[in-house]
Design a binder for this molecule. Structure first.
Ligand SMILES: Nc1ncnc2c1ncn2[C@@H]1O[C@H](COP(=O)(O)OP(=O)(O)OP(=O)(O)O)[C@@H](O)[C@H]1O
Ligand SMILES: [Mg+2]
Length: 224
């Protein structure tokens, strides 16, 4: 199985100026692999992940996952599709400040009948794994940046998605927790998940199965 991206093009317009951030990208991401994408700030890495998950609408091309052309789904279908298939770890975490750590993490599973019953146990395991079991009752504003990032990681994994899109998931965390997160990603690829990590962190590149660079709208394979 794979994510098949064909002719993906994304432009932004601002004050009549056109900015082509993704320029006719063709790439397949296979399940069972850990991909990493590097590139300068502003190159379009976050845009690419948001286009794959259709958080951001694309201008041209197709994104096909499990024989579904994701960019053709309506909002309701898309919301269900994402909830069942994609875990997104946001660069800026996107936690809800009025919910506790455990409420933030469990939230995506409330919509998902398949995971609702199992999710309590999963919640405990995930919080333990990311080292936040003793802070489950804290609010995001009471956490450090790295702790918030780990909440965002646990939340992305609560529904056991096949696809994990991670936008700089190790940007703010110490080496021990970083190792844990990378080990977890590696373990998930063995469970045939597809993981795409955007990163500025050269230290973690060695764990990638494949690395791509994004530059001037083009995505190219990068040899380690
Ligand atoms: N909603 C928007 N409207 C207009 N321009 C946008 C919008 N979102 C992003 N851009 C532009 O698209 C370009 C790529 O942004 P993006 O966030 O994808 O970069 P990035 O590679 O993730 O950068 P960083 O490494 O700093 O996170 C930037 O020049 C940005 O200004
Ligand atoms: Mg970014």
């Amino acid at each position: 199985m794979e994510i098949i991206i064909s002719n993906l093009t994304k432009k932004y317009f601002k004050k009549n100026k056109k900015n082509i951030v993704l320029d006719n990208i063709n790439v397949n991401f296979k399940y069972g692999k850990l991909y990493m994408i590097i590139g300068k700030s502003g190159a379009g890495k976050t845009s690419l992940l948001k286009c794959i998950s259709q958080i951001t609408k694309i201008d041209y091309g197709n994104i096909m996952i499990k024989n579904i052309v994701v960019n053709k789904l309506n909002d309701k279908e898309l919301s269900n599709f994402r909830n069942n298939n994609i875990g997104f770890i946001f660069q800026n975490y996107n936690l809800l400040d009025f919910l506790t750590v455990e409420e933030n993490v469990i939230l995506p599973s409330l919509k998902n009948k398949k995971y609702c019953n199992k999710s309590k146990k999963r919640l405990e395991n995930l919080l333990e794994y990311v080292g936040l079991k003793d802070k489950s009752e804290y609010f995001p504003t009471e956490l450090s940046g790295g702790e918030q990032q780990r909440v965002a990681i646990a939340r992305a994994l609560i529904n056991d998605p096949d696809i994990i899109l991670a936008d700089e998931p190790t940007g703010n965390i110490d080496n021990e927790n970083k190792d844990n997160i990378i080990k977890l990603f590696k373990k998930l690829t063995q469970e045939n998940k597809c993981i795409i990590v955007v990163t500025h962190d050269n230290e973690i590149l060695k764990y990638a199965d494949e690395i791509y660079t994004l530059n001037k709208g083009k995505l190219d394979k990068y040899d380690k």
